[in-house]
Design a protein around this ligand. Structure first.
Ligand SMILES: *[C@@H]1O[C@H](CO)[C@@H](O)[C@H](O)[C@H]1NC(C)=O
Ligand SMILES: *[C@@H]1O[C@H](CO)[C@@H](O)[C@H](O)[C@H]1NC(C)=O
Ligand SMILES: [Zn+2]
Length: 463
C-alpha cells in the first residue's frame, strides 16, 4: 500500500537472538547422548503442528530482512524468496532486472496444463515504508512473536504476509497432492518500489517482454486488514490529483476597503471548496457512502502575503497574488471531466481572476477509456470464482470496496486485466504504515488456508 510521503529513517536494530527452548530442568538429568537423540526428534509434543511452526518461522525470517525505504535490501529479500520457492517441488523461478542490479524482480511460476488459457498473477511488493524504532514496543525488524501470538515487524501487514502465504499455500497443496497440476499457469511476482510509486517496479514490469509473454488474465494484489470477522476485497483505487488554485487582484494599502483583491477572491473560492468537501464528508458521516467512495478535497497549503525583511509579512499591504493547494482524490465512479468543469466554473472562475492547475498523479481510465475498476458482479466471471473460493474455506467477504489510496493494481487495471486487492487478515487492527505493526500467527495461518482454496479454484477455472 502506497502513501505519497513518509518520514525517512534508517533503522539500526539488529535481528533478535533466538531464545533457547531447552530450559526444562529434567533435560539436565539425561546423558549427552540421549539429549542429542531427543533433540533430533520432531516436536510432536508441542501443541502447534510442525508445519504451522515452520510457516511462522519462514514469515519471521522474511520480516527480518530490511526492505524498508530509503535503502531497501531487495537482493537479500529476492534470494530468500527464491530459495523458499525452489524448496517447493514444481515451482520455477526467474529474476528480472528491469532497471538497475539493485532492483530485482522475482517471478515464481507453476506451469499449468493448458498454456493456451490466460495465466493468473499474484503480486506482493518487496518494499516497506520506514519505521521509527524508538516509537515501537519491539524493534521493527525483530519479528518478535509475543506470548499471545502477535508477530511485530514493519511489513507484517503491508505486505510481507501475503508474500509468504502464497508460497506456503502452494507448498501445502503440493505436499498434500504431489500430482496436483493447475490448468492455468500461476505466477507470483515480487516487485520493488511499490511504496514510492512503482515506476521502477510494476510500471516497468508491465512494459516488459516477459510480462507480455505471460498473457495474464487475472491479477490478485494486496488489500487491507479488517477489524471484523469478514475479509475485505477491493475492486478499485482512488486516483490522486494535486490541485493548485491561484487568485490575482488589485494590490492596495492595508487600510483601504476595495473589491476584487486576490485574498478576497481566493477566500471566496476556499469557501466554495469547503462546502463541497462538507457535502462529500456528510455522505460518509451519514453512512451513505464509504470514505473511499467520495471525492476528497483537503487543503494542504495556503500561500499569500507580501514578504518583509525579517521573514514575516508586510502588514499594511494587501497582496496581488494568493494561492491554495489541495490533495484531491477521485474514485473511478466519478466523472473526472465533470469535476474539472466544476473546478473551472465554481472553484476557480476566470471571471474572478482565478486560475488553476491540476497534476494528475495516476490514470483514471483504462486503455479503452473505461473507468479503472474491476466489476464485482456476474459480468466478471472471476468475481464468482474468487468469492466462492473464499467461502469454500469458511471465509466471508465484506461488500467490495474502493481503496482510499493507490497500489500497483492500477497498472493492471489500465491494461483491462480484472484485478482484486485482497490480504486475508480478519479481526485485525489496521496498522499498515503505523508504529507497532503486527499480525497474529493464527490470522497468518488462516490466510494460508484461504489462499490454498483461491489458488485451487482460480487455477482450475476453465471459463
Ligand atoms: C481582475 O484583475 C484586474 C487586474 O488586477 C482588476 O482590474 C479586476 O478588477 C479584477 N477583477 C476581479 C473580478 O477580481
Ligand atoms: C456490473 O457492474 C458494472 C460496474 O461495476 C456495471 O457497469 C454493469 O452494468 C454490471 N453488470 C451486471 C450484469 O450487473
Ligand atoms: Zn502495500
Amino acid at each position: 500500500m502506497c502513501k505519497s510521503s513518509y518520514r525517512l529513517y534508517v533503522s539500526q536494530t539488529k535481528p533478535a537472538m533466538v531464545k533457547p527452548i531447552w530450559h526444562n530442568q529434567s533435560f539436565f538429568l539425561l546423558s549427552t547422548c540421549a539429549l542429542i537423540f531427543i533433540s533430533l526428534l520432531p516436536l510432536t509434543t508441542q501443541q502447534t503442528p510442525e508445519t504451522a511452526e515452520t510457516s511462522i518461522t519462514r514469515f519471521q525470517q522474511y520480516l527480518r530482512i530490511k526492505t524498508a525505504h530509503p535503502n531497501p535490501d531487495y537482493s537479500t529479500a529476492v534470494s530468500f524468496l527464491n530459495v523458499l520457492a525452489k524448496s517447493i517441488p514444481n515451482l520455477i523461478t526467474k529474476t528480472l532486472y528491469l532497471t538497475t542490479p539493485q532492483k530485482p524482480l522475482l517471478l515464481v511460476t507453476f506451469l499449468g496444463s493448458n498454456p493456451n488459457l490466460p495465466s493468473i498473477l499474484f503480486n506482493s511488493h518487496l518494499d516497506s515504508v520506514p519505521a521509527e524504532p524508538s516509537k515501537w514496543v519491539h524493534p521493527p525488524f525483530s519479528a518478535i512473536k509475543t506470548d499471545d501470538g502477535k508477530i511485530f515487524a514493519r511489513g507484517a501487514q503491508d505486505d510481507k504476509c501475503i508474500a509468504i502465504q502464497y508460497l506456503e499455500a502452494l507448498r501445502n497443496i503440493i505436499k498434500r497432492d504431489p500430482e496436483f497440476k493447475p490448468i492455468r499457469t500461476l505466477h507470483i511476482c515480487y516487485v520493488p518500489d511499490e511504496e514510492i510509486g512503482g515506476f521502477d517496479g510494476m510500471q516497468k514490469f508491465v512494459e516488459s517482454k516477459e510480462f507480455k509473454e505471460m498473457n495474464v488474465g487475472f491479477f490478485l494484489d494486496e488489500g487491507q486488514a479488517s477489524i471484523n470477522n469478514k475479509y475485505r476485497v477491493f475492486y478499485a483505487d482512488r486516483s490522486p490529483w494535486n490541485l493548485v488554485i491561484k487568485a490575482v487582484g488589485k494590490p492596495g494599502h492595508g487600510s483601504k476597503m476595495f473589491d476584487d483583491t486576490a485574498m478576497e477572491n481566493l477566500m471566496k473560492s476556499i469557501e466554495v471548496v469547503s462546502r463541497f468537501r462538507e457535502n462529500q464528508f456528510d455522505l460518509v458521516k451519514t453512512g451513505v457512502l464509504a470514505n473511499s467512495e467520495v471525492v476528497s478535497a483537503n487543503p494542504v497549503y495556503l500561500k499569500a502575503g507580501t514578504p518583509s525583511k525579517n521573514g514575516n509579512f508586510v502588514m499594511n499591504m494587501q497582496p496581488s497574488e494568493a494561492e491554495v493547494g489541495y490533495d484531491v482524490r477521485l474514485p473511478p465512479t466519478v466523472d473526472p471531466d465533470l469535476l474539472k468543469k466544476r473546478i473551472a466554473e465554481e472553484w476557480a472562475p476566470k471571471t474572478r481572476n482565478m486560475s488553476y492547475h491540476i497534476v494528475e498523479k495516476g490514470p483514471l481510465r483504462d486503455y479503452m477509456g473505461r473507468p479503472l475498476m474491476t466489476a464485482t458482479n456476474d459480468s466478471n466471471p472471476w468475481w464468482n470464482v474468487f468469492k466462492d473460493a473464499v467461502e469454500a474455506c469458511g471465509g466471508e467477504l465484506e461488500k467490495p470496496e474502493i481503496l482510499s489510496s493507490t497500489t500497483d493494481a492500477r497498472y493492471m487495471r489500465q491494461l483491462g486485466i480484472p484485478t482484486f486487492g485482497f490480504s486475508p487478515m480478519k479481526n485485525t487492527q489496521i496498522l499498515l504504515h503505523d508504529h507497532n505493526e503486527y499480525l497474529e500467527d493464527n490470522v497468518f495461518l488462516e490466510g494460508i488456508k484461504v489462499y490454498e482454496s483461491i489458488i485451487k479454484s482460480l487455477s482450475s477455472f476453465e471459463g
